[in-house]
Design a protein around this ligand. Structure first.
Ligand code: GZL
Length: 312
């Protein structure tokens, strides 16, 4: 009995004494806010002490936060990398101190992938493909000029979503992207860029659809379309990614048509990978990929119900 007791004791002590430093990008979107809220719940469930820093979408602030976590001697570092480049040096420092690094919801480009233990992300190319395929199935062989609201310049998810959507519509000769620009994943910038697209495209009459890399930019675009006197969801189709509650509310109003699921719970699987590594010493998987399911207006009531307490 004492032997088992001591094993249970050490595991729970180990879990409760773990400290993780999380360099979060900011709160640019509803989805990002939910990811932060969910990470706190997931840490609490596992008795992990979580320290979160908000970088206001600036990589230099993220690098400062990682250095501070190293100085504090945390047990692990989580990073949601705002852009995919520029991470080598600071990750080398974490490695020198033997502090494992986990990537949440975005990827990085490094020569040596031993610089991070596990990345928990969606398959963002697939997300773009799912959005593109929905548009193909919806417009069929009707000519369709698309305007694209890209995410943050240099973010792995923006690069990948653009690639996936382009690959899907590239298989048609009637659907094409006529304007594309970054809306920085925010509602305000998404609205501003959509206003310029509308002006440039005959008051919006030439535009058949908006592909937004996240729902927040889509919501900004919906406002701009309404202010131009057009009907979003009808005159101009709206397809985006994240599946946040506000896009389902827009669907209930008939203002949006499709979104692709992105779970805000990236921290849970990362915590489990960290705990199993601490318990067994075995390397967890390099990548954990989350689901990218298509949601339509018929799914809105259920999705609103399921997501009402997640902190969006
Ligand atoms: C995707 C994540 C993106 C969300 C946006 O994994 O990095 O960042 O789609 C957020 O809402 O800004």
């Amino acid at each position: 009995a004492t032997a088992i007791g001591s094993i249970v004791m050490s595991a729970s002590v180990m879990a409760s004494s773990l400290t993780v430093g999380f360099s979060q990008i900011g709160s640019e979107s509803g989805w990002r806010a939910a990811e932060t809220a969910v990470s706190k719940v997931e840490a609490k469930k596992r008795g992990i002490n979580l320290k979160i820093s908000d970088a206001q979408q600036k990589q230099e602030n993220q690098i400062k936060a990682v250095r501070s976590f190293i100085a504090q001697g945390v047990d692990a570092i989580f990073i949601a990398p705002v852009v995919q480049t520029g991470w080598g040096p600071v990750l080398e420092e974490a490695k020198d101190y033997g502090i494992p690094v986990f990537l949440l919801d975005r990827g990085i480009t490094v020569d040596d992938d031993s610089l991070y233990m596990t990345a928990v992300t969606a398959d963002n190319v697939l997300e773009g493909k799912v959005a593109g395929q929905w548009l193909i199935d919806t417009v069929k062989d009707k000519p369709c000029n698309v305007v694209e609201l890209q995410g943050t310049v240099g973010a792995s998810v923006a690069i990948d979503r653009k690639e996936g959507f382009g690959e899907a519509i590239g298989s048609t000769d009637n659907i094409k992207i006529v304007r594309t620009q970054s809306g920085e994943f925010t509602r305000s910038k998404g609205k501003e860029v959509m206003e310029s697209f509308i002006k440039a495209e005959n008051g919006g009459k030439n535009i058949c659809a908006v592909f937004a890399h996240n729902d927040d930019m889509a919501i900004g675009a919906i406002q701009a379309i309404k202010e131009a006197g057009l009907a979003p969801g009808k005159d101009i189709l709206i397809v985006s990614i994240d599946a946040v509650p506000d896009i389902f509310k827009a669907m209930m109003e008939g203002d949006a048509n499709a979104t692709v699921e992105l779970t805000p719970n990236m921290a849970g699987p990362a915590f489990d990978a960290l705990l199993s590594y601490k318990d067994t010493g075995a390397q967890p998987p390099k990548k954990i990929v989350t689901e990218s399911k298509l949601y339509l207006p018929k799914d809105a009531p259920m999705q609103l119900e399921m997501k009402k307490d997640l902190g969006y």
